[in-house]
Design a binder for this molecule. Structure first.
Ligand code: HEM
Length: 165
């Protein structure tokens, strides 16, 4: 069982690296590369295709984080009784973990909004040459930035949770 727990922690960290790293790579490498004048005319199309390609990777990483994170929580940190009676949430570790749950929920909700509503609507508007395309793209890009900032906060919280308590 201990080996399974260690594998689960490793998988959790790999999934977090894929999720946050994918976004950081996009912002620090892909976007600056696309500002090259020769690529500017296709910039929106490329961003759309990169976004579509990242979608299944990102959702798989999130599902892995949820499954492995829940397993790790019950293996090392708490049990059902403490969760249900509320005892866990009143400890320093439980308190930090509660904040992690709040941030992860907000992050997933925003990411879903970005992936399934703002992103596709911006792409459609661009295709039809509608005026709303620029506004929708701006909203989609802000939603993406917020998801990235929350994700980084979740990593900081996770490290504090494991090593700070
Ligand atoms: C989806 C719900 C999640 C749950 C239930 C969860 C739960 C946990 C638990 C219980 C640990 C401690 C593992 C241990 O050492 O026993 C942990 C560690 C960690 N989590 Fe999560 N997590 C979730 C999502 C995330 C997300 C979205 C990220 C990244 C954005 C993340 C990043 C990390 C990192 C980097 C660690 C390792 C911290 C360290 O060893 O210092 N987790 N998580």
């Amino acid at each position: 069982m201990r080996a399974l727990y260690l594998a689960s922690v490793a998988l959790h960290i790999l999934a977090a690296a894929l999720w946050v790293g994918g976004m950081l790579f996009f912002v620090t490498v892909v976007l600056p590369a696309l500002s090259h004048p020769s690529l500017r005319p296709s910039r929106s199309r490329i961003i759309e295709h990169v976004g579509r390609a990242f979608r299944p990777v990102a959702w798989s990483a999130l599902a892995t984080l949820l499954v492995t994170g829940t397993f790790n929580l019950f293996y090392r940190w708490t049990d059902w009784d403490s969760i249900i009676t509320g005892n866990f949430w009143h400890t320093p570790i439980g308190n930090l973990f509660g904040w992690k749950v709040v941030l992860v929920t907000a992050m997933v909700a925003l990411h879903a909004l970005h992936d399934f509503w703002l992103g596709p609507r911006a792409a459609e508007a661009l295709e039809r040459g509608e005026n709303s395309a620029a506004t929708l793209r701006c909203h989609a890009s802000w939603a993406g930035r917020l998801v990235m900032i929350i994700s980084i906060a979740v990593v900081v919280l996770a490290v504090t949770f494991v090593r700070g308590c």
